[in-house]
Design a protein around this ligand. Structure first.
Ligand code: PMP
Length: 283
């Protein structure tokens, strides 16, 4: 496998950044993950816009222009022969002697890009079975709208889910409402057929899959409500699912050990999953 590291394409085994990279020492960086499907980037313009926004919020410069960055992504995809999978890119504030405040403006941000093949069959099998989620108290900082590489609470939550035989952990805020998953946005379908997800105003990363799915819902004229919901409401829902770039619409069939609906993936999640890419852009 080949990675892009600050202007060079390197074998992954030799690809490295300096130990004083601020991403390594402070998690002082931003990342993006984009799905690759049919050899193309899915919804890349939206991911790029979110990258730009996140970087702006923490005052890191975009590492290069739009066209150059897109070209790097395509080159990484090409060199890794990824037809179906994901691309990962991260931008950190660069390399400097350790000191919390920003380094001199002459320090350039570091850009790393990797790509990997995923198993399409495995992903589809998972969607056919559905996943289990657990709930955990929200313990992240309030700026989860920034796609920061500081993911320690997310790492611990995902590990706890795994150790309990689940695939994802949903964070629950102090008012008792689900915010989002450790690496996905959370949705339910009520017994009356309304599709519900929390507003992007607070407590969540504004997911690109979430945004595209809202367009799918509008086009299919499906009932949609943007509001918070509780784990209890999820447990009593007809269906639940999560959204994320490489999972698209992934049915949730169990929450904290209790089945949702019939305990099997529901028709609405399946319908949304099948329509999703008709509303994505490919580049
Ligand atoms: N929330 C969190 C915390 C995430 O890490 C992700 C995945 N990047 C998402 C939501 C879903 O975002 P997207 O649809 O853009 O992948």
């Amino acid at each position: 496998r080949i990675a892009y590291v600050n202007g060079r394409y390197l074998d992954l085994r030799e690809a490295s950044v300096n130990i004083e990279d601020r991403g390594y020492q402070f998690s002082d960086g931003i990342y993006e993950v984009c799905e690759i499907r049919d050899g193309a980037l899915v919804d890349w313009p939206r991911h790029r816009a979110r990258l730009k926004r996140s970087l702006g919020e923490v005052r890191i410069a975009m590492p290069m222009g739009e066209a150059a960055l897109t070209a790097v992504l395509h080159e990484v995809m090409r060199r890794n022969r990824v037809h179906y999978g994901l691309i990962y890119l991260q931008v950190t504030r660069g390399v400097a002697h350790r000191e919390h405040s920003f380094p001199s403006p002459s320090v350039k941000p570091s850009l790393v890009v990797t790509a990997k093949n995923l198993s399409f069959a495995k992903n589809e099998a998972q969607a056919a079975h559905g996943i289990a989620v657990i709930t955990l108290p929200e313990n992240r900082w309030p700026r989860v709208d920034i796609k920061s590489v500081a993911l320690l609470p997310n790492v611990l939550a995902k590990q706890q889910a795994k150790e309990q035989g689940a695939y994802e952990a949903w964070f629950v805020d102090r008012d008792g409402f689900v915010t989002e998953g450790s690496s996905s946005n959370a949705w339910i379908v009520t017994k009356s057929g309304t599709i519900v997800t929390r507003s992007a105003d607070s407590g969540i990363l504004p997911g690109i899959t979430r945004a595209v799915l809202q367009e799918v819902l509008a086009a299919l004229q499906m009932r949609f409500e943007e509001r918070p919901f509780t784990p209890q409401e999820a447990e009593e829902a007809a269906e639940a699912f999560v959204t994320a770039a490489t999972q698209i619409v992934m049915p949730v069939v169990k929450i904290d050990g209790k089945p949702i609906g019939n305990g099997v993936p529901g028709p609405i999640a399946a319908k949304l999953r099948s329509h999703f890419h008709g509303f994505s852009t490919f580049s």
